[in-house]
Design a protein around this ligand. Structure first.
Ligand code: N01
Length: 533
């Protein structure tokens, strides 16, 4: 019988992005369970299915922004660019799905709307948007950290007769060629979109709420010798990567910024600016950019100097220069600041001159000016981490709702398990590791499969995590975050990009190597913090 017709299976996987694909493979092909996947989109790929905006690409180098479990799909893969484009990422993920025979296990265009744990029988009852109910012993939520769209509320937006689009739901049929385009948002997405849109739009107006530290991506060709060496030493590359914090493939710095002379600091910053990549600039220059205020200010000062040197109009350069700490998820793109030298590009500083209303022809700012637009683009990010969980009614023991359990402080054990929600496993749930997400996903899915395998061997028992372990892990994540400069700035990594939301800790900032060590210790200590009953 087709798995998609069954009303009871061993495991349900929500989402078919990078995490869901690997979870399906692991549980179906390795543990030999009956697994059913539900995906809200019409195809696989998650982030890479939805984010089709002009300029979309991975800003983590493609040789480490992929699966390590599947070297074969990489064989003969035509990746010569340092970063994979959205089209290449989507093609890659589709190739993995087909190579491992996963497509027949996935039901597309179907949202999970609710899931309720039946304590008597130890099963999850999962409701979907097509009205079906499917039961499973294990529920894997691989719903993505950046999935639920965030867009500003603009007064009178219904009056606007042009087109509105979010970069995270980019339509197939939209060309910006020759159009008057406005874009709100200058995060990782905005900085990729802005140079690409400026190249084709007749006019591009950038509405900036916060200025951004953006370093070049350095989108070069990858030397053939490197690809050859990578293929020949695939496992070695990945073993080394798993011993690092950020897991982006570059050597992480061990030297504090203020321990060297000002000239040496400048030399190191310049070398990394030329090489490109945001994570490399933040973590490969010096070890304390994200920790020590003086080191951070030195990096800020260097980037502000670059902005002043690149942007010809001093007033525009000043508006593009951030004053706050360099403490958001690092951003990179090629030609970002250069784009503001183009005659068809204008910058509006929303803090000084906010949008007050939409009109039929565009938007009006506080200075009274109407900005005429054919297309208004929201590059305004996501309600991250918790957002997707707010769209499903997940009820654990005693009918408790997951989002109520979290309240204003999302907690978890290891970013994976939640007390009172047995056999529910999140991939990249609150307080997962802050690093390159591809190896973080593999680490968590491997751990989840390990727990499920153990449960099966013990006789299909129920796995719960205890409250003390959950509170302890959450507290450690809060302490670790406080040790860094990241909480000093409002950004999505603390959920504070949403208007009116305070900072809340959503990541473990100890790095991938420490996270993996912690998992190994827990396994060695008889799965401390877990109860198998
Ligand atoms: O979202 P963001 P993103 N009015 O939240 C502004 C990943 N990613 O989609 O800084 C006006 O970072 C907001 O302003 P401010 C990556 O992990 C990866 O760009 O909050 N403006 C900001 O400028 C990344 O970090 C790739 O003041 C508003 C922007 O919109 C994550 O996705 C590529 C606003 C949002 O920036 C999110 O990036 C792209 C409002 N009401 C993204 N609300 C890769 O290459 C928000 N803004 C792998």
């Amino acid at each position: 019988m087709d798995i998609r017709q069954k009303s009871a299976v061993d495991a349900i996987v929500i989402g078919a992005g990078i995490a869901g694909i690997y979870a399906l493979h692991k549980l179906r092909n390795e543990l030999k369970l009956e697994v059913r996947g539900f995906e809200k989109g019409a195809g696989v790929g998650g982030t890479w299915f939805w984010n089709r905006y002009p300029g979309a690409r991975s800003d983590t180098e493609s040789y480490v922004y992929r699966y390590s479990f599947d070297p074969e799909t990489f064989e003969g893969w035509p990746w010569t660019q340092k970063y994979a484009s959205q089209e290449q990422m989507l093609a890659y993920l589709n190739a993995v799905v087909d190579r491992h025979g996963l497509r027949p296990s996935i039901q597309f265009d179907t949202r999970v709307t609710a899931a309720t744990f039946d304590e008597q029988r130890g099963v999850w009852s999962v409701q979907t948007s097509d009205g079906a109910v499917v039961e499973a012993r294990y529920l894997i939520a691989s719903v993505g950290v950046l999935s639920k769209l965030n867009a500003p509320a603009i007064a009178g937006i219904d009056r606007f007769e042009g087109r509105q689009v979010h970069t995270g739901a980019w339509p197939h049929d939209l060309s910006l060629e020759g159009k008057k385009v406005g874009v709100i948002g200058t995060g990782s997405t905005g900085v990729q979109f802005i140079p690409a849109a400026a190249a084709v739009a007749s006019r591009l107006t950038v509405f900036q709420r916060s200025a951004q530290y953006c370093v070049p991506a350095g989108s070069d060709q990858v030397p053939a010798e490197f690809i050859q060496d990578y293929r020949a030493n695939f496992d070695g590359y990945w073993d080394r990567l798993r011993q690092t914090r950020i897991a982006c493939g570059f050597a992480e710095a061990a030297i504090p910024a203020m321990s060297v002379s000002a000239e040496e600091r400048h030399r190191v910053f310049e070398e990394h600016w030329q090489a490109g990549n945001g994570f490399r600039f933040m973590f490969g220059t010096f070890c304390d950019i994200a920790i020590d205020p003086a080191a951070n200010e030195a990096a800020c000062d260097f980037i502000r100097g670059k902005i002043a040197g690149i942007v010809k109009d001093p007033a525009t350069a000043a508006r593009l220069s951030p004053t706050q700490a360099y403490a958001k998820r690092p951003v990179c793109a090629d030609g970002y600041y250069e784009t503001f030298n183009r005659p068809n590009v204008a910058l509006v500083d929303l803090k000084a001159n906010p949008i007050v209303e939409a009109t039929a022809r565009g938007v009006r700012t506080a200075d009274g000016r109407e900005h005429e637009l054919d297309v208004l683009v929201y590059a305004t990010g996501f309600e991250c981490v918790e957002g997707s969980y707010r769209e499903m009614a997940i009820r654990g023991r005693d009918g408790a709702l997951l989002v109520d359990h979290w309240g204003s402080r999302p907690c978890s054990y290891l970013g994976i398990s939640v007390h009172g929600f047995p056999n529910l496993f999140m991939v990249l749930g609150p307080n997962s590791v802050f690093s390159n997400l591809a190896p973080a996903i593999e680490t968590q899915v491997d751990w989840i499969a390990h727990l499920i395998d153990r449960s099966e061997q013990l006789g299909q028992v129920v796995i719960d995590t205890d409250s003390a372990a959950e509170q302890d892990w959450t507290g450690q994540c809060e302490q670790m975050a406080a040790y860094t400069l990241f909480p000093q700035v409002k950004s999505w990594i603390f959920g504070a990009n949403i208007d009116g939301r305070p900072n809340r800790v959503l990541f473990f900032f100890g790095g991938l190597a420490a996270y993996r060590e912690r998992l190994a210790e827990i396994a060695a200590n008889g799965y401390a913090g877990y109860a198998f009953a």
